[in-house]
Design a protein around this ligand. Sequence first.
Ligand code: ADP
Ligand code: ZN
Ligand code: ZN
Length: 728
Amino acid sequence: MTPPPTPRLYRVAVPVPLPSLFDYLPGPARAGLEPGQRVLVRFGPRKLVGVVMASAETSDLPLERLQPLLAVLDDHEPVVTGEQLRLLRWCAHYYKHPPGEVLFNALPPALRRSEGRLPEPPSQLRLLPAGRERLDEGPGRAPAQHRVLAALADGPLAPGALREKAAATAALVRTVQENGWVASEPRGAAAPVPGQAPAPTGEQARVLEALHNAPDGFACHLLDGVTGSGKTEVYLRLAEHVLGKGRQVLLLVPEIGLTPQLLRRFRSRLGLEPVVSHSGIASGERLEAWAAALRGDAKLLIGTRSALFLPLREPGLIIMDEAHDASFKQQDGFRYSARDVAVKRALELDVPIVLGTATPSLESLNNAAQGRFRHHRLVERATGAPPPAWRVVDLCGQHIDGGLSARALEAIGDTLARREQVLVFLNRRGYAPVLLCHDCGWHADCRFCDAHLTWHRSGRRLHCHHCGERQPAPRFCPECGADALEGAGEGTEQLEQVLSRHFPETDLYRVDRDRVRRKGELEAVVEAVRGGDPCLLVGTQMLAKGHHFPRVTLVVVVNLDQALYSADFRAMERMAQVLVQVAGRAGRADHPGTVILQTHHPEHEGLRTLVREGYGVFAAQLLEERRLAGLPPFAYQATVRAEAPERARVQAFLESAREAWPGAAETVFGPFPAMMERRGGRIRWYLLLQSDNRNTLQSLLDRFVPRLRGLETARRVRWTVDLDPQEF
Ligand code: ADP
Ligand code: ZN
Ligand code: ZN
């Protein structure tokens, strides 16, 4: 095969916050490079890793002003496929984000560095018959070589393990290979034996049939199934089917949904080692996952948001579990929605995608109503357990102990007496969200944020949950000196204390980010609870997702009132999603469950609908309200966010941005301060852009963003564009 001719220049993506690609002369790249190969380039005074996006014959710059590539980093093959490059370019365009940053966000960290290389596929070394003969001859004059052969006498070893066992250098191992005594071969993980699948329930069978009968190719399926209805079981069956055709399955899960339990379930059912990728694993493992996916060896890929960008050679199916989950939207830097990009990727790959959730986002419900998504419902629990019964407890005028009403405490006592388990949910860490002086009214605020400091009593510290600021908690009021400091409101630490006072004999597990930090700690709690002895579980969202606690029959929701009158139009939707998630932990097996919802607003219309008629009816009402108010999903939004230490700079920039907006006056709103105006010492504001047509908004932004870059005031703030913003 003749090497492709060398073009005049290459267009390279570089991780810099600039909207363009950059042209370089081939330099040392003798044979033609392909898109997706990494190179080293000079960029101003720095040397940066870049990714070749295309070759070209002409540049906007005169050729003599272009720099040559400094080095080719991937000399054999691209580390990013053409399909990925197209997807990432689409992302850069849709999200108005610099293409180099979009691309480097997708790469595993090891490949962002110039010394990073794709690893070789895992191999092992095997003793050949000639090597066996040489071994039998005895050490002779080459004892070291003999030692290597002896180390392989009991069976093949990975190169590293062999070097260790035989105390051999890599060169020595190479010598015995070259002598024809030892051969290298690919190492396959020993496949576990696939497990038994339960017969599908009637509902599951209907969904599976609909999916199997769907024509090949792209379709988006919204799998709207109550907690415990067997959605995971449906994923397993679909995955089995697709894997059976030799195709890859990509499963995306929320950040705290990637549990050993889930992996075990996939591994043991499908008889296949899932390749796992998320930002929490070691850089080497993430690189291995990327490489295995690129080779097509990884058949089942499981990961969080960032795994969406893994290479796929033989794609067959994308599944997103808990598709409504907020962690699928990246909230800094390149602010993409993994759900929306996953749908786009499935469309381009022409494969089906399944969005599974018990609480679909209003966006997804609207897509289903419009016929863009196919809506499949699972309304019954797969185990036949009845849905939990709701009890709303009015907190007004009640005696409350550490956040718990007398009725809640009584129900907890009764449940424990029946030797069942209780989960108490409160989405707030620490002892109390405020520390205040009973004499003068002083309270501890963060110096850097518009927020109270949370009192962590056990460590005698005050923490800011927004910027990470930590300081010792004062003994006396810093304002008036009184010994009258008290916590106001409650957090999980306080709940733990109150509950262990009321139920001193009962095992209590607190699960939040302060208590459960290390890998395996949550697992240990989950295992203990699954043991089945009566116990109390106290915790935040960490408890609410993904775990099955078959003997929990009572869930107490301490307080979700904050959301009821929030200025954020998505607050109610999110509150309902959390509530339904948590409630779903109750009574999963043969024990019926109860959910106690404590509130100061039992009369709240939305809350009543949710409790009485369920998420579906509730969401339909919210959707109708959004339609009337002209809010998403009936309008398309973008924000320009800006922050700086001084308010004046932020306002000046956003005022000039408003002037520069090419759309009609009724499509631009603000500037407004962010919900939390000051965070981490920076003042944050935004400008809201809205249109009832996605394409109109896109083309306006295409004209607008270059203008923003040219604004004098833009240099004095940090600013970004956020498409389909989820936070304000
Ligand atoms: P979801 O993902 O919707 O919460 P799961 O797939 O985890 O639901 O199923 C909930 C429980 O029901 C699990 O314990 C699972 O083993 C069980 N289950 C699911 N499908 C079936 C079935 N067809 N027959 C019996 N049990 C099932
Ligand atoms: Zn005071
Ligand atoms: Zn702070």
